[in-house]
Design a protein around this ligand. Structure first.
Ligand SMILES: [Zn+2]
Length: 214
């Protein structure tokens, strides 16, 4: 049994498609958040709690995050939830780097770092850090369509939450954009499509239900 290690998953939105990448290969097993630490995926473990972390969160921004979380909860067997108290933190404004990053770069609009323990036949998630790169990019926190030049924070958050259960960035004309929420490549001229990431496609749903155990 190996101790968990941090993985980085990057949304390489906004730049050339060749910049799209995931910084790791996904393990060949499914995952779950073993809340009760009994090694068995049961209904209790279907819920994974996220909290807002860092500064500059406002109630309206939290609403957008909650909407992103709800999309997965309502659409898949995985049930992330918003809570005041969790190890899983969602950061904004770029002030806090994800744990697996040494520095932001302009190629990444957001990042998710996932920590898990290898249990042999499954991955036991114990911490997820999501951060939106507001150092280099403009985000719209509106409920409606983002203005020109802005990325939709709710859409990007929905995408990053998917990385929290090991879903990978998709690329290619069949997937991007608008395509599935897990489309990980959007050029600078395609920022309006980030709003489409709010809505899960059948591909996103089936992938989440496949990879998340409970
Ligand atoms: Zn991504």
């Amino acid at each position: 049994m190996r101790r968990g290690f941090a993985l980085a998953l990057v949304v390489a939105l906004l730049v050339a498609p060749s910049h799209a990448f995931a910084m790791h290969s996904v393990p060949g097993w499914p995952v779950f958040w073993d809340k009760d630490s009994n090694g068995i995926p049961n209904s209790t473990d279907s819920v994974e709690y996220y909290q807002t972390a860092g500064t500059l969160w406002t109630s309206s921004k939290i609403q957008r995050l909650q909407a992103a979380i709800s999309r997965w909860t309502n659409g898949t067997d995985w049930n992330p939830a918003y809570s005041c108290c969790s190890t899983n933190g969602v950061y904004i404004n770029g002030a806090t780097l994800p744990a697996c990053f040494s520095s932001w770069n302009s190629a990444s609009i957001a990042a998710t770092c996932l920590s898990f323990t290898n249990r042999g036949s499954y991955g036991d998630i114990f911490d997820t850090d999501i951060s939106l790169n507001e150092v280099h990019w403009n985000f719209s926190w509106s409920a409606s369509e983002p203005p020109s030049g802005f990325a939709d924070a709710q859409g990007v958050s929905t995408h990053e939450l998917g990385h929290g259960i090991f879903l990978l960035d998709l690329s290619g004309t069949a997937n991007c954009p608008p395509g599935p929420t897990m489309c990980g490549v959007i050029t600078s001229g395609q920022l309006p499509y980030t709003m489409d990431l709010r809505t899960l496609t059948s591909d996103d749903v089936s992938s989440a239900n496949y990879v998340y155990l409970p």
